[in-house]
Design a protein around this ligand. Structure first.
Ligand code: PEP
Length: 258
């Protein structure tokens, strides 16, 4: 499978960390630490909703703005929720959907994830769709079955042209925030299986176009091997995106992998 059809995406997920006032100094430091031009590599920071306005103010052409969650509803009586229009108005061009922490803590079911993917694409915001198996599922040999189910459910009802615009992040739950990364081979195996699924369900062209990321304790030390895999087009990075020097190493590696 040829990587030339896709760009590399290095996306940070700040989760519930940092303050809005920390956005500006972080971005200033980051801009100095990454290459001036990264033509085939998009850099994205997915920040808490409270930080989107600061991200927008400090906006830099090299760094795309991402949200971490959005409501599946357009507007109205949904206290505490944030709509696609709201994050769009604050400059978000990406939004994480279906992160395992939200599936576990906030009851985001496959149906809800699917509704959020539709809502984002209707507003031309790129969903970063997270899928991943638990350790128990892996130990029982159910990884590919589970991932297949999650991907199919999340993409249900989309046109092939819309599917091309979705970014899929393979994030084994047992690797998130644990320091236990999937091996290059384990990550490649699942990302390849996702690409094959897209080929079967849609077409070879759709499968070639979709960016598939790996996430789960990716860091400055292990990113080179993961990003070199033929079906891994970048990373979704939690802990290591909070420190400029670590994130910058991954961005530089991503720029080389394009
Ligand atoms: C994540 O939150 O999506 C993630 C991959 O976290 P970490 O890199 O810290 O494992």
């Amino acid at each position: 499978m040829n990587k030339k059809y896709r760009r590399v995406i290095i996306a940070g997920n700040w989760k519930m960390n940092k303050l809005p006032s920390e956005v500006k100094p972080f971005l200033e430091e980051l801009k100095d630490a990454i290459p001036e031009h990264t033509p085939g590599c998009s850099i994205v920071l997915c920040v808490p909703a409270t930080h989107l306005a600061s991200m927008s103010r400090e906006k830099h052409r090299r760094i795309g703005i991402g949200a971490q969650n959005v409501s599946q509803f357009d507007k109205g009586a949904h206290t505490g929720e944030i709509s696609v229009d709201m994050i769009d108005d604050l400059g978000a061009r990406y939004c994480i959907v279906g992160h395992s922490e939200r599936r576990a803590d906030n009851g985001d079911t496959d149906e809800i994830v699917n509704a959020k993917v539709h809502a984002l694409l209707n507003r031309h915001i790129t969903p970063i769709l997270c899928v991943g198996e638990s350790l128990e599922q892996r130990d029982r040999g159910l990884t590919i079955e589970h991932i297949t189910y999650q991907v199919k459910a999340a993409l249900y009802g989309l046109e092939p042209e819309q599917v091309k615009k979705v970014v899929i992040a393979y994030e084994p739950i047992w690797a998130i925030g644990t320091g236990r990364t999937a091996t290059d081979e384990q990550a490649q195996e699942v990302c390849f299986a996702i690409r094959e699924l897209l080929r079967r369900e849609y077409s070879a062209m759709v499968s070639r176009k979709v960016c598939i990321l790996y996430g789960g304790s990716m860091n400055a030390k292990n990113c080179a091997g993961l990003l070199a895999q033929p079906d891994i087009d970048g990373g979704l990075i939690g802990g290591a995106s909070l420190k400029v020097e670590d994130f910058a190493v991954i961005v530089r590696e991503g720029s080389r992998a394009e």
